[in-house]
Design a protein around this ligand. Sequence first.
Ligand SMILES: CC(C)(COP(=O)(O)OP(=O)(O)OC[C@H]1O[C@@H](n2cnc3c(N)ncnc32)[C@H](O)[C@@H]1OP(=O)(O)O)[C@@H](O)C(=O)NCCC(=O)NCCS
Length: 226
Amino acid sequence: MAHLVLSGAHDESSALPRPDVIADWMRELATVGYTTVRTTAVAPANAARLTHVGFTQCQALDLLSLVIDDSIVEQPPSDLGIRSVLTVGRRLLPRSARRLEDIDRRSFGDEWSLDAVSLREAVRATHVSTVFTVGHGQPHGFVIAGHTRGIGYIQRLAVAPDHQRRGSGTALMAVAYRWLRRHRCSQIVVNTETDNAAALGLYAKFGFRRLPNGLSVLQRDVKTVY
Ligand SMILES: CC(C)(COP(=O)(O)OP(=O)(O)OC[C@H]1O[C@@H](n2cnc3c(N)ncnc32)[C@H](O)[C@@H]1OP(=O)(O)O)[C@@H](O)C(=O)NCCC(=O)NCCS
């Protein structure tokens, strides 16, 4: 499965490539052996445009936002082993990338996990970004956070199933919040599946509110001609 990164398509006003360009991409993907292609999260108007060229929705996402203010968000206790793992030039070293990939696969499952290449894309999706891990020795959870033009984004958050429900997700969100506040962001935006009770519960604890329009992930068979 190919991952189609439509930069900016979460924003209604962004332009999508023309249908003939998308058709060219599909032919190219088929030539190199892909059978299906899945998009990044896109806004409703862009989802509608993509359905005209053969894509169908495979995931509905809630878009949530939180205004950053002066409320006290405590630094997580040091015994949780929170660490920053990005090196100079926003590089994820191969060993860190493999660990993140492993946590991501275990927490999101095979169908929805991201590989190391896509995790690096998530790090580079915003102008400035950071990655924190939780856990001593081998980390068991991570968050990728970043910001562009004063808006902070939680790009990825995962805690391995055998460590969930013990405060790691809260600790990762707290360090991400504090980092984004230090970087003078005015708000934080995150998306999550409409039925992801764990993530929705965690974000609600921080005060995130659901925005009126959600996002969609779409998918299509690369060989079908439209
Ligand atoms: C969402 C996730 C990161 C939470 O991590 P965690 O370490 O379990 O979170 P915490 O232990 O800090 O829990 C914080 C709050 O989240 C909510 N929560 C966590 N797990 C929950 C569950 N299974 N059901 C309902 N609410 C849950 C609760 O409100 C909880 O607070 P409480 O323990 O005081 O009730 C984790 O479940 C995960 O990795 N899930 C799979 C990947 C994912 O969905 N990532 C986020 C997508 S954007």
